[in-house]
Design a protein around this ligand. Structure first.
Ligand code: GAP
Length: 475
C-alpha cells in the first residue's frame, strides 16, 4: 500500500542518497541554489537525454547550445529589460519580503479552503486585473492581509523588481559593460533562427531545441527545486507558416503531454491548465501541471507566440528574419510554437512521482516496509545492481566479471555487503530497476536471478542475456 508523500520526505531522501544537496552547504547554503549529487546528476542527465531524443531525433528539429551571456540588446528586444519584473512588498515589522501577487494568491487559497468561495473569486478577479504596483498594494491593504511571519499589517508600498541577474563584461563596471545572465534559453534560439535554418538546410515548419541553464533573481524561492534562482530549461521553438499555428500548437500540446506518460507519469498526476490571461503577444497558451505534495504546479508551458519574437529581433537588430519559400517565392516571418519545460522542476516531479513507501508481505524475512523509487528504467540513475549471494565459493569473482561487463554500457553498482534482503532495499530506495543475484547455481549453469524492482518477482536467465534484458527496458 502506498503512503502519502511529503516534500520534507523527498528532500531528506534526496540528500541522504545523494540526489540533491544544498549549494555551498558547509557555509550555511545559498538560497535558491542546489547541487546534484552522484545519483541526481545521473537522473538529470537521463531526463535531459529522454527529452533531447524525443525532441531532436527527428527530421524537422535541430539542436543548439547558445552562450549564457548574450548581447544586452537581446533582452531589450525580448521585453525582459522593461517587463521581466515581479511586484515586491516588504513587511515593516518582520522585514520579510514577498512577491505581492503570491501573498494575495495564498490569501485567496486560504479563503477557498474555508469555503469563502465568492470572496475568493472577487479578489482573484481584482488580482487578474492588477497591473500597477498600487493595484497589488490596494488589495493587500483593503483585504487586511497579514504577514505570514508574525501577523503584522504594516506594509511598505509595492515596487516592481527586475528578475534578471546583471554582471559586467571586461574590467570596467559601468553601464556600457552590463550583460545579463539569461533568464530563459529561448532567446538563444530566436537569434540563431537564420543561422540554423540556412546551415541545416531546413524549411518552415521546423524547430530548434536547446537545453541549458537559466537564472532568475526570484524574490522568494520556494519548494525545493520548484522555484530556484539557477535552474535548467529544455526549450524548443517550432517555426511555422502563419495560419498553420493553431494546428501546430495542438500537435505539440499532445506530444508534450504524451512524453510525460511515456516516462511513467500517471495520467491522474498531470493535467493541462489553460492560461487565465494571455501575454499580449500570445494567441494560445497552456501549462502542463504536476500534482506535487504541496499542490498542482506548472512544469511545462506550451505557447503560441505569433511572430512577436522574430519581429522584435528584426526591429532591434535591423536584420531580416524571414523564411523565403523557394518554390512559391512567398516570404514571411514565421509564427512560433514554444514548448518550455524546466529540467530541474520536472526532475523534482519525476522524483516525487517515483517515491513510494510500501508495506510488503515478505517471504525472505526482509523488513515489512520498503521505500522504493519507481523510476522508468530510462530515468533510473542506476540501471542494475550485481549482487553475489555470499562472499565466497567463487560468487564474488563471477559477479564482478558480470558487473565489469555491464559497466561498459550502463551505470551499474556492485554490492556484496550485508544480507541480500538489505541490499535489495538499498537498491529499491534509489530506484534501480534490476537486481541481478549470483548464487551457487550460477557457477554450475551460467544463470543468474533477476529481481524486478516493482513486482519483486525473481526469475532466472542466462548470464549472457543480462545485457540485452536491461537494454530492452531502455528502448
Ligand atoms: N521561454 C518561456 C519561459 O521561460 P516560463 O514559464 O517562464 O517560460 C518555463 O518557464 C519553465 O521553466 C517553467 O514551466 C518551469 O518548469 C521552469 N522554471 C521557470 N522558472 C523557474 C524557477 N525559478 N525555478 C525552476 N524552474 C523554473
Amino acid at each position: 500500500m502506498a503512503k502519502e508523500v511529503t516534500l520534507d520526505t523527498i528532500v531528506s531522501l534526496a540528500k541522504r542518497r545523494g540526489f540533491v544537496f544544498q549549494s555551498s552547504e558547509i557555509y550555511g547554503g545559498l538560497n535558491g541554489c542546489w547541487d546534484y549529487g552522484s545519483l541526481g546528476v545521473e537522473l538529470l542527465r537521463n531526463l535531459k537525454d529522454a527529452w533531447w531524443k524525443a525532441m531532436t531525433y527527428r527530421d524537422d528539429v535541430e539542436g543548439v547550445d547558445a552562450a549564457i551571456l548574450m548581447h544586452p540588446r537581446v533582452w531589450e528586444a525580448s521585453g525582459h529589460v522593461a517587463n521581466f519584473t515581479d511586484p515586491m512588498i516588504d513587511n515593516k515589522t518582520s522585514k520579510a519580503r514577498y512577491r505581492a501577487d503570491n501573498l494575495i494568491e495564498d490569501f485567496i487559497a486560504k479563503l477557498e479552503k474555508n469555503g469563502k468561495t465568492d470572496k475568493a473569486a472577487a479578489i482573484a478577479a481584482k488580482l487578474a486585473a492588477a497591473r500597477e504596483p498600487e493595484d497589488f498594494y490596494n488589495i493587500i491593504i483593503e483585504e487586511e492581509i497579514t504577514d505570514p511571519v508574525g501577523g503584522s499589517k504594516d506594509w511598505t508600498p509595492v515596487r516592481y523588481f527586475n528578475l534578471m541577474f546583471k554582471t559586467f563584461v571586461g574590467p570596467v563596471e559601468d553601464t556600457n559593460s552590463v550583460v545579463y545572465l539569461r533568464p530563459e534559453t529561448a532567446q538563444g534560439i530566436f537569434v540563431n533562427f537564420k543561422n540554423v535554418m540556412e546551415s541545416a538546410r531546413q524549411k518552415v515548419p521546423f524547430g530548434i531545441a536547446q537545453i541549458g541553464k537559466a537564472f532568475r533573481n526570484e524574490i522568494n524561492t520556494k519548494y525545493f527545486l520548484f522555484r530556484t534562482r539557477e535552474f535548467e530549461q529544455m526549450e524548443m521553438q517550432y517555426f511555422v507558416q502563419p495560419g498553420t499555428h493553431t494546428e501546430q500548437f495542438e500537435y505539440w500540446r499532445q506530444q508534450r503531454f504524451q512524453w510525460f506518460l511515456d516516462l511513467g507519469m500517471n495520467p491522474d498526476s498531470i493535467r493541462f491548465k489553460p492560461h487565465d490571461k494571455l501575454a499580449h503577444y500570445a494567441d494560445a497558451a497552456v501549462d502542463i501541471e504536476y500534482k506535487f505534495p504541496f499542490g498542482w504546479g506548472e512544469i511545462e508551458g506550451i505557447h503560441s507566440r505569433t511572430d512577436f519574437d522574430l519581429k522584435r529581433h528584426e526591429e532591434f537588430s535591423s536584420k531580416k528574419l524571414e523564411f523565403v519559400d523557394t518554390v512559391t517565392r512567398d516570404r514571411f516571418v514565421p509564427y512560433v510554437i514554444e514548448t518550455s519545460i524546466g529540467a530541474s522542476r520536472s526532475f523534482m516531479a519525476f522524483l516525487c512521482h517515483a517515491y513510494n513507501v510500501e508495506t510488503v508481505g515478505d517471504a525472505e524475512g526482509e523488513d515489512a516496509e520498503r521505500t522504493v523509487l519507481k523510476f522508468h528504467p530510462k530515468l533510473a540513475p542506476v540501471k542494475a545492481a550485481v549482487l553475489p549471494l555470499v562472499k565466497k565459493d567463487g560468487m564474488p569473482e563471477f559477479a564482478e566479471k558480470l558487473y565489469r561487463d555491464l559497466q561498459k554500457n550502463f551505470n551499474v553498482q556492485y554490492d556484496e555487503s550485508a544480507a541480500i534482503g538489505r541490499r535489495y532495499r538499498r537498491q529499491d530506495e534509489i530506484g534501480t530497476p534490476f537486481c541481478i543475484t549470483v548464487d551457487g547455481e550460477s557457477l554450475k549453469d551460467n544463470t543468474v536471478t533477476i529481481r524486478e524492482r516493482d513486482t519483486m518477482q525473481q526469475h532466472r536467465i542466462s548470464v549472457d542475456s543480462v545485457k540485452e534484458y536491461v537494454m530492452k527496458s531502455l528502448l
